[in-house]
Design a protein around this ligand. Structure first.
Ligand SMILES: Cc1cc2nc3c(=O)[nH]c(=O)nc-3n(C[C@H](O)[C@H](O)[C@H](O)COP(=O)(O)OP(=O)(O)OC[C@H]3O[C@@H](n4cnc5c(N)ncnc54)[C@H](O)[C@@H]3O)c2cc1C
Length: 386
C-alpha cells in the first residue's frame, strides 16, 4: 500500500496568511513596473518556507518534497506567484545530492538563511532549445579555473540571484560516447562574475517573470565550483527533474484551484437575464469539468510525491502530474475568463494575469510534447524520436 502523504494543513494556513499581505494589487503594480517581488520573497525566506527541503544540519527544515509541494500550491491558489523564488527549492537538490561536503557546508546554510540566493538556472540556449545535450556553451579547464563562453536564454531571476547553476559542455559532442556525456554543472557566483565575463540582459515577456539572456565571454570560474564529476552534469540535472516536475505541477494545481474558486464565486453572484449566470449549465459545466480534471491531476501528483519520498522511481508520475495539471489548470483558466465575460479582460480582476501566467506551464520548464515523448518512449517503450 502506498500512503498518499500528508496534507500539511498548518503549513497551508501559514502560507495563506503570508499571501494575504500580497493581494492582486501588489502583483499588478509589480507587473506595471516589471519589478521583482522582493518583499514577498523575503517574507517566505525569513519564515523558512523556501528552505524546507534543506536538511536540518545545514539550517533548513529537512521536510519531504510533499511539504514544498503544498507550499507552492497554496501560494498559487492564493492568487500569488512563486515563479520568483521556486527555483531555489529544486536547484538546491543538485548541490545537495552531488556537491562535495565542502560545497554543501559552505553554501547550504547561507542559502537556508537567505544570505545567498540560488535562484538562477542556466540550461536553455537560443539555438538548441529542448535539445539540451546539443547546447553550445563551453567550459574549458585552464589550471585551477574553467573558462566559460556561450549564451543562455530565458534565465529567469538572474538579476535577483547571487548564484547560478549552470550547465555547460566540457567535452565536445564528437568526442564522447553518448551525447549525454561531456556536460558539467557549475555553481557560478554572479556577484563576482558580472562585468568580468558575464553580462545579463532583461528579456521582456508575456508575464512578469524577471527573465533574462545571459552572455559568457571568457568568464573564469574556480574549478572548485564544479559540482560532482566533470562530464556527468546532464545526469545530475536529470536527477533533479522529477522534483522540478512535481513542484511545478503543484503550482499549476494551485492556479487551477484559484480559477475554479474565482469562477464559481463570480458565476454565483453575477446576475444577467434576472438570474445568476452560474444557474446556466453552459456556464457551470466548463468549471465543473476543469475541477474534475484538477482532482484527477492531484491524485497523480500526490502519488508522485509519495513515490519520491519512498525513494522509488517516480518519473512516470512526476511527468504525468505536470502534463495533467498544466492542462487542467488551463481549462480552468479558460472557464474562468469566459465566466467573467468582458470583466475577464479588466486588469483589476486578476483573471487575465493568472490566465497568462498559467499558460506558461504547458511550455516551461518542459513543453507538453516533450513530456508526451517521455511517456511514449520511456513508459510505453515506443521507438525513440530523438
Ligand atoms: C517565462 C519563461 C521562463 C523560463 N525560465 C527558464 C530558466 O530559468 N532557465 C532555463 O534554462 N530555461 C527557462 N525557460 C526555457 C524553457 O525551459 C523552454 O522555453 C522550454 O524548455 C522549451 O524550449 P524552447 O523554448 O527552446 O522550445 P523549442 O525546443 O524550440 O520547442 C518549440 C516547440 O516545438 C516542440 N518540439 C521541439 N522538439 C520536439 C520534438 N522532438 N517532438 C515534438 N515536439 C517538439 C516543443 O514541444 C515546443 O512546443 C523559460 C521559458 C520561459 C518562457
Amino acid at each position: 500500500m502506498l500512503e498518499l502523504g500528508e496534507d500539511y494543513p498548518e503549513i497551508r494556513d501559514a502560507i495563506r496568511r503570508i499571501c494575504a499581505d500580497y493581494p492582486g494589487a501588489y502583483w499588478r503594480d509589480l507587473e506595471a513596473r516589471e519589478a521583482y517581488p522582493t518583499e514577498f520573497v523575503e517574507a517566505l525566506t525569513y519564515a523558512g518556507y523556501l528552505s524546507v527541503l534543506i536538511p536540518s544540519e545545514y539550517g533548513g527544515a529537512g521536510l519531504p518534497l510533499r511539504a514544498a509541494s503544498v507550499i507552492l500550491e497554496e501560494i498559487h491558489a492564493s492568487g500569488c506567484n512563486a515563479g520568483a523564488c521556486h527555483a531555489q527549492m529544486y536547484i538546491m537538490g543538485t548541490l545537495l545530492r552531488h556537491g562535495s561536503e565542502e560545497q554543501k557546508g559552505y553554501y547550504l546554510p547561507k542559502i537556508a538563511s537567505g544570505e545567498l540566493r540560488l535562484q538562477a538556472f542556466g540550461v536553455t540556449e537560443p539555438s538548441t532549445g529542448s535539445d539540451t545535450t546539443s547546447l553550445k556553451t563551453r567550459a574549458l579547464r585552464d589550471g585551477a579555473e574553467y573558462v566559460i563562453n556561450g549564451q543562455k536564454v530565458w534565465t529567469s531571476r538572474a538579476f535577483h540571484s547571487d548564484l547560478m547553476l549552470l550547465l555547460a559542455r566540457t567535452t565536445p559532442q564528437d568526442q564522447v560516447r553518448k551525447k549525454t556525456e561531456g556536460l558539467s554543472v557549475f555553481l557560478v557566483d554572479m556577484r563576482k562574475a558580472r562585468g568580468n565575463g558575464l553580462e545579463i540582459r532583461p528579456l521582456k515577456a508575456m508575464i512578469n517573470h524577471n527573465t533574462t539572456e545571459v552572455f559568457f565571454d571568457n568568464l573564469r570560474v574556480p574549478a572548485r565550483n564544479l559540482i560532482g564529476e566533470e562530464g556527468k552534469g546532464f545526469r545530475y540535472i536529470l536527477d533533479g527533474m522529477n522534483a522540478e516536475r512535481i513542484l511545478i505541477a503543484s503550482e499549476t494545481l494551485g492556479d487551477g484551484r484559484w480559477f475554479t474558486n474565482t469562477a464559481k464565486a463570480y458565476a454565483s453572484e453575477r446576475v444577467v437575464f434576472g438570474r445568476a449566470i452560474g444557474q446556466n449549465q453552459g456556464v457551470q459545466f466548463p468549471i465543473a469539468r476543469a475541477y474534475a480534471e484538477l482532482v484527477g491531476a492531484e491524485m497523480v501528483l500526490r502519488r508522485a510525491c509519495a513515490l519520491f519520498a519512498s525513494g522509488r522511481p517516480c518519473g512516470e508520475d512526476a511527468n504525468i502530474a505536470k502534463l495533467l495539471s498544466s492542462e487542467a489548470a488551463w481549462h480552468a483558466a479558460e472557464a474562468c475568463l469566459q465566466t467573467h465575460g468582458g470583466f475577464g479582460f479588466a486588469r483589476e480582476y486578476d483573471v487575465e494575469r493568472k490566465w497568462r501566467e498559467t499558460r506558461l506551464m504547458q511550455i516551461a520548464p518542459i513543453s507538453t510534447n516533450l513530456i508526451l515523448a517521455y511517456v511514449a518512449e520511456h513508459v510505453l517503450g515506443m521507438p525513440r524520436s530523438y
